[in-house]
Design a protein around this ligand. Structure first.
Ligand code: GLA
Ligand code: GLA
Length: 702
């Protein structure tokens, strides 16, 4: 009914009420979530990534003293020190690390050790040159960087087993070593050598059993690519014109993710056998998508990740790290996590990237992590390197060790997190809205990007940001996750779907959930093959629409209009919708399909399904949809927020902890409907809470 859309468009997003009662989500927690604070002897995990091997031993005591003064109780050590621990094959030297640990432990600082496999020693490459990764042209990378290895090379696996076993043996009973980090940022490189090809062929054989089944699933009859022997199955390497079978390419992505997990398990199997009392993590990379983190994280005790808010896609935008935190949390049943590398200074390699952040922002980002469920913050790195590739990648201290403004900020943050530990301990983020991230769809879009304007992460952000701007908590859920605790699930561009996912989403909607789909949903089956059903394929009935035509963005302008006449410029993709049982909420204005539906909503059982056939360039459309959908679904909203101020909530036993974070360089205020207590000062905040530039307020109800 058009008047419903009119109502939705007329909703003026202004008055938000904070509901003080707990709502949903409790059942999401696995039976025994890992407790980072308990693990760290009751202290909030607060640390730095430290490389004692980079500095004279005489420096260690000074460093540990300065760390302790800043409230630091944790370090990550050794993850690039393979050559120092195994200077020749089978010859191990840990005495230097014992001495470093002794100094740090004496200052109340415990350590996690990295297995050092991300940077194998030069002698290993000299002896086994084929451990180096091979690029898609069949050329091995030369020695000199890091992460240059093939996880299918037997010599590399043997070397991994040897160093991990030796470390585990030496440190298994060390009371100052409280855990392990596996490797460093697993997932790359994709290797295209003969060993990898053989491993991929084996993986395919396990999956498809017969060549006939593989040929059928991948549609290899196209261009007559049918394989008659397993040994003929290629890799998605550099073919003429870069044309390769998208089904093969998707399976190769899965293979890369699966076997990265297998490689992680080479480490965890040894550690769990030899050093079972020391928990295990890995430093993941947030939005990085070469690995399905929901799978990888089944083999770690808790999630840790590397958060650089002013780097890459996240540059200077608080929604970037916010969603990455939520995705990381979602990759292990929303269990609290830690940041293993929290940006501690300006990033750069051969040049400085980006601009320097105000010192206060380093504290704001730490609190943002906490607000999103982190129970540990570890800054990368203690002191900027004098040597090597990362001379421009700042740590907390510069090379001169002067206690600069970043150090002072880190010290303030350390003190405050110490103060808040009891309050935070046992609290978690609880959300009734979730964004569904589909690893298969992300990979499929990487293989065939649709149109040049398309970006899967941006699709997630358009909806995620809209809810977050309204102060609503959002989880990121994976296809294997528990949908039952949510009122709203947004599944951006759900390109690749299999039957179990369609069934799960149908069940969610029938039980009263609101599902939001947008363009390119239901196009491909699990083999990255286009469906022969009318689009959106297996989701068509649920959405109550048929799509018989679509128009990829070809530089033309398009616009949609809602029933009240509001217009929105749209771009990138235009699905032309024919409602079967759905209502039309907005229609296209231009071209040969002017007047055809662009946004629809279908009622199914107790729930409803939205289909948004296009993308708007402005945030306005998304804010209004989020407000309307949230209100209809009974989602608790946050306060009215000025731009650049984030509101986030943790909960414990019915009590809420609110975080107000101001990322801007001017003071801002947020109207709450009552007086809350400032958890850091202990005093009451006025109803109109003022947050100074780059500052944070942590509030609780009295
Ligand atoms: C050429 C080729 C066809 C087909 C089309 C579209 O015309 O002859 O086989 O590949 O391009 O790519
Ligand atoms: C990554 C790595 C670190 C360091 C930083 C900065 O996060 O894990 O070792 O290289 O980037 O480049």
């Amino acid at each position: 009914m058009k008047n419903r859309f009119l109502a939705f468009l007329l909703v003026h997003v202004s008055v938000f009420i904070i509901l003080a009662r707990p709502t949903f989500g409790q059942s999401q927690q696995p039976a025994k979530p890992f407790d980072l604070i308990q693990w760290n002897g009751g202290k909030f995990v607060y640390g730095v990534d430290y490389y004692p091997e980079h500095w004279e031993e005489s420096q260690w005591e000074k460093d540990a003293t300065m760390m302790q003064a800043a409230g630091i109780n944790f370090v990550r050590l050794a993850e690039f020190a393979w050559v120092k621990m195994e200077p020749a094959e089978g010859k191990f030297e840990f005495a230097w690390l014992d001495r470093a640990l002794k100094v740090l432990n004496a200052h109340g600082i415990k350590a996690i050790l990295g297995t050092p496999t991300a940077s194998p020693p030069a002698w290993l490459y000299a002896k086994y040159p084929d451990i180096a990764a091979m690029d898609e042209n069949g050329v091995r990378y030369r020695y000199g960087s890091r992460r240059n290895y093939c996880i299918h090379n037997p010599n590399f696996i043997a070397a991994t087993e040897r160093i991990v076993s030796a470390m585990a043996d030496h440190f298994k009973n060390h009371t100052g070593v409280i855990g392990w980090q596996i490797d460093n940022e697993l997932g790359d490189p994709e290797c295209f050598d003969a060993a990898t090809r053989a491993a991929f062929q084996k993986w395919c054989r396990t999956k498809y059993k017969t060549l006939d089944a593989l040929n059928k699933a991948w549609g290899t009859i196209f261009w007559g690519h049918t394989y008659l022997a397993w040994s003929e199955v290629p890799l998605p390497w550099n073919t003429l014109g870069k044309a390769y079978n998208p089904s093969l390419a998707l399976d190769f992505k899965r293979f890369q993710s699966d076997t990265t997990h297998e490689y992680l398990k080479v480490h965890t199997t040894i550690l769990r056998r030899i050093a079972p009392r020391q928990p295990i993590t890995h430093n993941a990379m947030g939005m990085y998508d070469n690995v399905d983190y929901s799978d990888l994280h089944r083999s770690v005790d808790f999630v840790a990740w590397d958060n650089y808010p002013m780097f890459g896609e996240n540059y200077a935008d608080y929604f970037g790290p916010a969603m990455a935190h939520d995705l990381m949390r979602g990759s292990k049943n929303n269990q609290n996590f830690m940041v293993m590398e929290q940006q501690g200074g300006l990033p750069g390699w051969d040049i400085f990237w980006g601009r320097q952040a105000a010192p206060g922002l380093y504290r704001a980002w730490a609190f943002q992590a906490v607000a999103h469920g982190a129970d540990g913050i570890c800054y990368f790195r203690w002191r900027t390197s004098r040597w090597g590739t990362e001379q421009y990648w700042q740590g907390i201290l510069d090379q001169d060790s002067y206690p600069n403004a970043r150090y002072q900020t880190a010290a303030q943050t350390g003190k405050e997190l110490g103060q808040l530990t009891e309050l935070l301990h046992g609290s978690k983020v609880v959300s009734s809205v979730a964004i569904l991230v589909s690893p298969d769809s992300r990979w499929a879009f990487k293989i065939q990007p649709l149109v040049k304007e398309f970006n899967y992460n941006r699709q997630m952000h358009l909806y995620y940001d809209a809810f977050r701007r309204a102060g609503v908590s959002v989880d990121v859920v994976f296809p294997q996750g528990d949908f039952s605790t949510y009122k709203v699930i947004v599944a951006p561009s759900l390109f690749v779907v299999d039957k179990p996912l369609v069934e799960k989403l149908t069940e969610f909607v029938k039980k009263g959930g609101t599902l939001v789909l947008n363009y390119r949903a239901g196009v491909k089956d699990e083999h990255n093959v286009v469906t022969d059903q009318t689009l959106p394929g297996p989701l068509a009935e649920l959405a109550g629409i048929a799509i018989h035509d679509f128009d990829p963005q070809t530089n033309q302008e398009q616009e949609i209009t809602g029933a009240d006449g509001s217009r929105y410029a749209v771009r990138a993709w235009f699905d032309i919708l024919d409602p079967t049982t759905a209502q039309t909420l907005a229609s296209y204005n231009k071209g040969y399909y002017a007047g055809k539906a662009a946004i629809t909503r279908n009622r199914v059982g107790d729930g409803s399904v939205w289909y948004v056939g296009t993308e708007s360039a402005s945030t306005e459309l998304y804010s209004r949809m989020a407000a309307y959908i949230g209100e209809q679904a009974g989602v608790s909203k946050g306060p009215s927020l000025p731009e650049g101020v984030e509101f986030a909530t943790r909960e414990k036993a019915g009590k809420k902890i609110f975080f107000l974070i101001n990322y801007t360089e001017k003071a801002q205020s947020v109207p709450l409907e009552r007086v809350y207590q400032n958890a850091l000062t202990g005093s009451a905040e006025p109803e109109e809470v003022s947050i100074p530039a780059f500052d944070v307020k942590v509030l609780t109800s009295p």
